[in-house]
Design a protein. Structure first.
Length: 284
């Protein structure tokens, strides 16, 4: 372009920066950013968002925050995408206090959070075991009926299960039908995993029936989670029927299930007799 006398505009520079960021070459992208400023071209919010996202993905959050501060200095304003990206980056590196401050700033500046903003906050709180803060935000959003789709509830149910709050997660799961929200496969799988980890296999079978009744058939993840649960609780005899179902539906074991099966067989060869499908002698 330059050789033909055509000077790149800000859109062109943004595309080049984005390409470098997608390849993980964030400092090359930053060099392009510096070049456009040297040429007197004013970066727009998309320019900043591209770089901020690139630095956050590399966990270079200090660099991202530096760029974030420059936005206002140049007379522009961070948009919701900017705040979302910074929030994700801060949670990834464990800067919880800064993440809270950024969210407060976002609201004070009149930026309307996306549903992904709230999911980022909830995921962050649950990740660092700040269950009370997560549930406080959840209750506030639920009362105000903000962004309360099934993805929102999936984040909360998953977070509660991972923090050992299975009863609370189950209560929210059971409430979904009363607020006319249908669980999706992820919702069911999270609850099944929670019950499996606690050895509650009657509840697992109940959830499976609900999946079928609600026209949400179990998927490959569902069966792998269940088989893993049986293996971890040494309920080997229960696995055979699920293996037949998996095979009939065209599903297969994932890496974790395979690893657990290999471990179980290496510790007790009689497992092969308890699960005929695993025994090569039965396939001759």
């Amino acid at each position: 372009m330059v050789e033909k006398g055509v000077e790149p505009d800000i859109i062109t520079y943004n595309v080049i920066m984005d390409g470098y960021c997608l390849r993980g070459q964030i400092y090359r992208a930053k060099r392009i950013f510096d070049i456009l400023i040297d040429k007197g071209i004013e970066p727009n919010i998309f320019s900043y968002n591209i770089l901020i996202n690139g630095f956050c993905k590399k966990k270079k959050v200090a660099k991202a925050m530096q760029l974030f501060g420059e936005i206002s200095q140049r007379g522009s304003k961070p948009d919701t995408v900017t705040y979302n990206t910074i929030l994700q980056g801060l949670f990834v590196v464990g800067r919880i206090g800064d993440a809270k401050n950024i969210y407060v700033e976002m609201l004070s500046r009149g930026r309307v959070p996306y549903s992904s903003t709230h999911r980022t906050l909830l995921n962050g709180y649950f990740r660092y075991r700040l269950v009370q803060e997560a549930m406080s935000l959840f209750n506030k959003l639920e009362i105000n009926k903000e962004d309360i789709d099934i993805e929102f509830y999936n984040v909360v149910i998953t977070g509660l299960c991972k923090n050992g709050k299975l009863d609370e997660a189950h209560a929210i799961f059971e409430k979904l039908s009363f607020i006319r929200l249908l669980p999706d496969a992820r919702t069911y799988n999270v609850m099944i995993n929670g019950f499996c980890l606690n050895g509650l296999f009657d509840e697992v079978k109940c959830i499976l029936r609900k999946m079928e009744d609600n026209n949400c058939p179990p998927d490959n993840i569902t069966y792998n989670v269940i088989v893993q649960g049986f293996l971890r609780c040494n309920k080997i005899s229960e696995i055979a029927s699920f293996m037949k179902e998996m095979d009939g539906r065209g599903f297969s074991f994932d890496a974790t299930t395979t690893e657990l099966l290999v471990k179980a067989v290496s510790e007790n060869r009689s497992v092969l007799d308890m699960i005929p499908e695993l025994n090569p002698e039965n396939k001759k």
